[in-house]
Ligand binder design. Structure first.
Ligand SMILES: Cc1cc2nc3c(=O)[nH]c(=O)nc-3n(C[C@H](O)[C@H](O)[C@H](O)COP(=O)(O)O)c2cc1C
Length: 179
């Protein structure tokens, strides 16, 4: 069965804006990308920006180079962001703690997925809001581009500065029961 068509409806990228921001601060969301062997990997994110640039709807994610997800994104140039509005706490904790280098998180957690409609990256069908994104720009943060000494000191005492991946939103989905 095609779950995206039956249990979700396609929506404008901005429909869940407030809920996404709230959930990012309350427990996070899943960033899914595919590794060079074609294996999907999910990591928990707490930071993401939804907005417009180049007249495109964008979702920007910040990923440190040490994450396995970083290598996946460099490889495939596509990702999905999957937002549970309730529950999935155990899964969020696990994906925010374990690395895809060491464990197959999809397998370990039994994450239920289906391939995205517009891109070749899985979406998590137990989430409430889903974004399919194509990377259109990539920017490595550098110490000199951070003008706040507080931010630099608090978030980057050991370097490992985030890369900003700007994803053009190719499709956004919302679970029907949440409509
Ligand atoms: C609530 C929460 C939010 C997180 N947000 C981010 C984030 O926005 N960017 C990031 O690079 N790491 C973030 N992390 C850390 C990664 O999820 C974690 O290092 C993960 O194990 C990386 O998995 P990977 O190596 O399979 O990519 C967060 C962790 C938690 C628990």
């Amino acid at each position: 069965m095609n779950v995206l068509d039956h249990r979700f409806r396609r929506v404008e990228p901005w429909v869940g804006f407030a809920e996404v921001q709230r959930q990012l601060q309350r427990g996070g969301a899943f960033l899914v990308a595919v590794d060079p062997q074609g294996r999907p990997n999910a990591m928990t994110i707490g930071w993401a920006l939804l907005g417009t640039a180049w007249y495109q709807p964008l979702l920007l994610v910040l990923v440190r180079p040490s994450r396995y997800t970083h290598a996946c994104l460099l490889h495939s140039g596509q990702f999905t962001v999957n937002v549970p509005l309730a529950g999935m706490r155990k899964e969020l904790e696990f994906c925010g703690e374990k690395s895809g280098r060491d464990v197959d998180k999809f397998k370990e957690l039994g994450l239920r997925w289906e391939m995205g409609r517009e891109i070749s990256v899985p979406v998590l069908i137990d989430c409430d809001l889903i974004y399919e994104c194509q990377v259109v720009s990539r920017v490595d943060l550098r110490p000199e581009s951070i003008l706040s000494p507080e931010v630099l000191g608090r978030y980057y005492p050991h370097g490992n500065l985030h890369t900003l991946f700007f994803g053009e939103i190719k499709a956004a989905w919302r679970a029907r029961q949440k409509a």
